[in-house]
Design a protein. Sequence first.
Length: 394
Amino acid sequence: MKRFAYKDVLAHIPRKQITLIIGARQVGKSTILKQLENELKNELVFSFSLENKKIRALLNETPENIFQLIPQPKNRRIIVLIDEIQYLDDPSNFLKLNYDLYQDKIKFVVTGSSSFYIDRKFNDSLAGRKRIFELSTLSLAEILHFSERDELVPFLNSGDIPLLYLEELRKYLYEYLVFGGYPEVVLTDDIDEKKLILKELGTSYARKDAVESNLHIADAYLNILKLLSSRTGSLVNANSLSADIAIDGKTIDSYLWVMRKSFHIDLVRPFYRNVSSEIRKMPKVYFNDLGLRNFFVNNFSPIGMREDKGALIENYVYLLLKHKYDSENVRYWRTQSKKEVDFVVCGDGGEYKAFEVKYDRRAYSQRKYLSFVHSYPDIQLRCVDVDAALVDVL
């Protein structure tokens, strides 16, 4: 099975630009490289991982040492697939030098486990030389694809799902809200095994992000993730977290930064139009994978038995909106008097839409949102419940 992003990556192979695939650990970046290697078997392809210490040491000496691993390019273009490029001491320099000298003869396709490395080790010297493909955990549509139920995919958020399919899609959604979309989790049917995989992701791999980011207290990093998991969809106050964890606010900010750059969380900024009563600072937090979030909150109960099902469906709608509108265009609205709307999004044409998310539509009362409606009569406000999250065109 191939990720939906695979076709876009494959289509970029003929381009001179470096193809850079980033994303959280264990989302399938290495698999895409292996699939490319098989797909491009009629091309001249070389593949290696920088988790190999000998290869890493060789390339750290000088970028020209690439030619101890591949032949000098002559009449035929070479495709070089490199996994875990962030392990180089200076990956930006390595790629820039080889791109500038051999862009017509060598095509680089590289992966990086965390955009933490991309931001800190990749500088503007690669501007115009790379295209970034961000690989998330599996979406619900991709889970249907991996489950060989491709015929259901076109109905998701189509505006109309036949009753024949709606109940089956609900089951997929309910499981997704509990176990998320890490490929290894999705591909096992055993519930206990799903939990064990998520435990490994939430401890060993998250801790590895903290250690490799040079954070001083890895346990504090995990404790902050646990706190945030219980506050999904809520405002993030660094001072409050500082008091809870007993570390200073600047350290909290640096830990949150690494969590974002490791693709664990997103911080959604407020929407406002120069209205003094609207909140302008504190972001709201959402997780990029609900299974990982549920590990940190220590709850894998079925969705119908959960007190936090409202937070889960809100987080799911955030992921849908992020995919469609880009995270920078997804905001929330809240006033100092605590009147709020979950999401305000801006489309490509500059038009705005607003969404209030409720697991059960019966909990929605339009009167509670009159303040927003009066402030922004040009923005349509809609309620999204659990079925609308499957059916509606957002």
